[in-house]
Design a protein around this ligand. Structure first.
Ligand code: F6R
Length: 261
């Protein structure tokens, strides 16, 4: 068993690494440090960042450290992982607004270095093609930060998604819609998302899939122990050689640690 200096680490039937942290703060501090290390090694890195509750502390720590230590993100390119269809980018709760608030504004990222999905597009096919072309032109994604959805989704790749997809529009699961409503401060209608596909997820050169809290413990157990397949997209990450699943002790609580060697 590989013991990480920063965390308990269990590896089971996987190329992916699993790292378990004592709490949400140490989890978030380590991921912020990992992002900074990558940017120090590769100042023009292509970064794809999830939104949602899970990475909020990571992003706050990251931007505070970047300011204090004068870490230069100005050559990085930023890609949105997903967006709610029908939602304007400025609306609080949209993925775009989240990334501007937590990442782009504090790091003063030039708009020329940002490519996000527009949830209001009429030609979604073209929107997807443009995203795929932007990623290819940048030489692929160096680091993706993904939050693990309660239903096992990655981005908006919902259970049952085609694993050979690139960017696409997808009908959202009831559980995704339910948690989606909690991000918005005003009434919205959520039914579809636009997302990078599992091909992008699996082709990212490195990937951190993160989860915290007791409410993620069932899905993290399934992510590690269930037969991999598109019924739970998170399980597919186990065959990603550059993937680290990083979770706190509460999210890891139900993993069967017997038999892990
Ligand atoms: C959001 C995204 C989603 C979330 C996931 C977890 O950009 O891609 O897959 O990462 O639903 O959401 P939280 O972190 O709010 O539990």
């Amino acid at each position: 068993m590989y013991i990480s200096p920063h965390a308990n680490n269990y590896v089971q039937n996987a190329i992916m690494e699993l790292k378990v942290f004592a709490d949400y703060t140490s989890l978030s501090e380590t991921i912020a440090r990992d992002i900074i290390s990558l940017v120090q090694q590769k100042p023009d890195a292509v970064l794809c960042l999830a939104t949602g509750d899970t990475p909020k502390l990571t992003y706050s720590i990251l931007t505070a450290r970047a300011a204090k230590e004068k870490i230069d993100f100005s050559a990085c390119k930023f890609i949105g992982l997903d967006e709610w269809m029908g939602i304007p980018s400025f609306l609080e709760g949209s993925c775009s607004q989240f990334l501007h608030q937590y990442i782009f504004k504090p790091l003063r990222i030039s708009p020329a270095h940002i490519h996000l999905f527009n949830g209001l597009v009429t030609d979604a096919k073209q929107e997807c093609e443009q995203m795929d072309a932007f990623i290819n032109a940048g030489g692929g994604i160096d680091l993706m930060i993904a939050g693990v959805g309660i239903n096992g989704h990655i981005g908006f790749n919902e259970p049952g998604v085609a694993l050979d997809n690139y960017s696409h529009v997808i009908d959202l699961d009831a559980s995704t819609i339910e948690s989606g409503y909690t991000y918005f401060t005003q009434p919205v209608n959520l039914s579809q998302g636009i997302t990078l596909g599992m091909q992008h997820v699996m082709a990212s050169k490195s990937l951190i899939a993160m989860a915290n809290g007791q409410k993620k413990s069932q899905i993290i157990k399934a992510a590690i122990e269930e037969e991999p397949g598109n019924h739970l997209p998170v399980t597919v990450l186990r065959s990603h050689p550059g993937c680290k699943m990083m979770v706190d002790a509460e999210a890891a609580a139900l993993i069967n640690k017997a038999g892990i060697s």
